[in-house]
Ligand binder design. Structure first.
Ligand SMILES: *[C@@H]1O[C@H](CO)[C@@H](O)[C@H](O)[C@H]1NC(C)=O
Ligand SMILES: *[C@@H]1O[C@H](CO)[C@@H](O)[C@H](O)[C@H]1NC(C)=O
Ligand SMILES: *[C@@H]1O[C@H](CO)[C@@H](O)[C@H](O)[C@H]1NC(C)=O
Ligand SMILES: *[C@@H]1O[C@H](CO)[C@@H](O)[C@H](O)[C@H]1NC(C)=O
Ligand SMILES: *[C@@H]1O[C@H](CO)[C@@H](O)[C@H](O)[C@H]1NC(C)=O
Length: 236
């Protein structure tokens, strides 16, 4: 019985370490998924000899506003068509972000995608945003100089998640300038590139909560087996 118990205890620790450590290991690099996505975009561009894109927080914040306005436009098939008007950009997005209006540049291209589930930026790049030749050729445009990424979930702890990338060809550092020494206006939901603020905690915490529940259920299950059989030999 003692040997059996030790043996089972090892199983419990294996199960627990897998369940407990996995989400933390995964979420470590997810402080700001929008920055991660922009990094992936730049890696792809530079490996195809295209210039690196500047990470413009003002443009990032506009991308988040864009995604926010389109959060109801994701179809059951994970496709999205949504084009806010020029007035929306000037009258809603810019003031929401605190972008100084005289510095509002022109947006030369955008990629918009959506996905029911939250997937990590690497997957989102190939599965949500750059799915075919049309998007890849846009991404490779040599005239682009800056970009901004915004990500938001439709519901607080739930999808669909909207991913928006905006490109501009303006001169770096003098366009989409945020008021208040670049701090912009604090975002309550979602996240955008160039911001020092993490993605809204909802994404990360829901994963951790699910895992805590899984650990709990595994313990209940193990206890049940123990009660039913009088020992834990099943797990050896
Ligand atoms: C989703 O896909 C199904 C089958 O592929 C198609 O019949 C349907 O029209 C699509 N719906 C939308 C909103 O695109
Ligand atoms: C989002 O979808 C709705 C309903 O299809 C449509 O009326 C609206 O114009 C779309 N929004 C944008 C900004 O395209
Ligand atoms: C790149 O973007 C610029 C600005 O939007 C556009 O005029 C040009 O046609 C694009 N070039 C290619 C190769 O798509
Ligand atoms: C860049 O991204 C495209 C689209 O996902 C992919 O086909 C291509 O292999 C990538 N290039 C590199 C060098 O990773
Ligand atoms: C933009 O600003 C960053 C950081 O302040 C700086 O490293 C970079 O050289 C600037 N780029 C240009 C084109 O002025």
């Amino acid at each position: 019985m003692k040997v059996e118990f030790l043996c089972s205890f090892q199983w419990i620790s294996v199960i627990c370490s897998v369940l407990l450590l996995a989400p933390f290991a995964c979420s470590k690099n997810h402080g700001n998924a929008a920055n991660d996505l922009l990094e992936i975009i730049n890696k792809n561009r530079t490996s195809h000899n295209r210039p690196n894109l500047g990470n413009n927080p003002g443009l990032g914040c506009i991308a988040l506003q864009y995604a926010e306005q389109c959060k109801n436009n994701c179809t059951v098939n994970n496709t999205i068509h949504c084009q806010p008007t020029a007035d929306d950009f000037i009258e809603i997005f810019a003031p929401n972000c605190g972008v100084e209006l005289p510095t509002f540049g022109s947006i030369s291209g955008y990629i918009l995608g959506c996905q029911k589930k939250y997937i990590d930026p690497t997957e989102a790049f190939s599965k949500v945003l750059v799915k075919d030749h049309k998007e890849l050729s846009l991404l490779m445009n040599k005239t682009f100089s800056e970009a901004g990424v915004g990500i938001v979930g439709r519901h607080k702890h739930n999808g669909p998640y909207i991913w928006c990338v905006l490109f501009s060809s303006n001169r770096a550092n003098s366009s989409f300038v945020l008021e208040d020494l670049g701090k912009g206006i604090e975002q309550k939901r979602g996240c955008y590139s160039g911001s020092s603020v993490d993605c809204s905690k909802g994404y990360k915490n829901s994963a951790v909560v699910i895992n805590v529940w899984m650990v709990f259920f595994v313990f209940v299950f193990l206890f049940q087996v123990f009660v039913d059989t009088g020992n834990l030999i099943l797990f050896c």
